[in-house]
Design a protein around this ligand. Structure first.
Ligand code: ZN
Ligand code: FE
Length: 240
C-alpha cells in the first residue's frame, strides 16, 4: 500500500486533492471550497490531519479556515507567502519535508505563477502536487514571475520518476491540448493524450492525475529546452 491521491472537483475547474496514507493519515491539498471538501472528508472517515497549500490564490486557499475549524487539522504552506496565506502552523521552504502520518513530502519552491508557489512530492506513492505550476499539457500563467523562473521550477520535476502521478490544481487538459497541438501537431504522445483526455471528459471523468513520463513526451512547456523557448510558448498560449 502507498499513498493515494483523489481529485475533488470544486469551483468551476479546480481540484482539491484528498491524500490518504497507508497508515490512515488524511490530508487535503488546496481546499478552496469548504463544503464539497468537508463532504468528501466526511465520506471517507471524517478525518483530516493536514492541509497543504500550494499558493495564495483564492481558488486554492479560500476554504482553508472552515476545513481547519471542522477537523482541527494543521495547515502547511510557503513561509515566503505567509503574509498572504491563511494562518500557517507549518511554514515551508525549499528542501523542507512535511509529514502526513508516516509519509513525507519533499517541498520544492516553484515560483513563476506566483512568487511564493510551492509544490509537494510524496515519494511514497510518487504523488506530485504542483498546484498551478504544471498542468497536463500546460503550465501556469506567469502572473508574478518570469519564464526563467518557471523554467527552473519545471526543471525541479526533472528528477522525479516517470510514473509520478501529477495532481494539478485545474482541469485544463482539453483546452491545453488544443493549444499544444498547434505547437507540435505531429507529436504522437500529444495526439494520444489529447484523445484520451477528450474521452475522459466525455465520460464525466477527471483527466488527472497525469503521468509525468507522459507529460515529458507530450507537454510542450516541459519539452522546452531553455527559458527563452518556454517564454515564447507561454506568450503564444496567452494570445491563443
Ligand atoms: Zn493560481
Ligand atoms: Fe488556480
Amino acid at each position: 500500500m502507498s499513498m493515494t491521491a483523489t481529485p475533488i472537483p470544486i469551483l468551476s475547474d479546480n481540484y482539491a486533492w484528498l491524500l490518504r496514507g497507508s497508515d490512515g493519515a488524511v490530508g487535503i491539498v488546496d481546499p478552496a471550497d469548504a463544503a464539497p471538501v468537508i463532504a468528501a472528508l466526511e465520506a471517507t472517515g471524517g478525518r483530516c490531519d493536514l492541509i497543504l497549500l500550494t499558493h495564495h490564490h483564492a481558488d486554492h486557499v479560500a476554504g482553508t479556515d472552515a476545513v481547519r475549524a471542522r477537523f482541527g487539522c494543521k495547515v502547511a504552506g510557503a513561509a515566503a507567502d505567509r503574509h498572504r496565506l491563511p494562518a500557517l502552523d507549518i511554514a515551508l521552504a525549499e528542501g523542507d519535508t512535511v509529514s502526513l502520518g508516516q509519509a513525507r513530502a519533499q517541498v520544492m519552491e516553484t515560483p513563476g505563477h506566483t512568487r511564493g508557489h510551492i509544490s509537494y512530492f510524496f515519494a511514497d506513492g510518487a504523488v506530485l502536487l504542483p498546484g498551478d505550476t504544471l498542468f497536463s499539457l500546460g503550465c501556469g500563467k506567469l502572473l508574478e514571475g518570469t519564464a526563467a523562473e518557471m523554467f527552473a521550477s519545471l526543471g525541479k520535476f526533472a528528477a522525479l520518476p516517470d510514473d509520478t502521478l501529477v495532481c494539478c490544481g485545474h482541469e485544463y487538459t482539453e483546452s491545453n491540448a488544443r493549444f499544444a497541438l498547434t505547437e507540435e501537431p505531429e507529436n504522437q504522445a500529444l495526439i494520444a493524450r489529447a484523445a484520451e483526455a477528450a474521452a475522459q471528459r466525455r465520460a464525466g471523468q477527471p483527466t488527472l492525475p497525469a503521468r509525468l513520463g507522459n507529460e515529458r513526451a507530450a507537454n510542450p512547456f516541459l519539452r522546452a529546452r531553455d527559458a527563452a523557448t518556454l517564454g515564447a510558448i507561454r506568450a503564444r498560449k496567452d494570445r491563443f
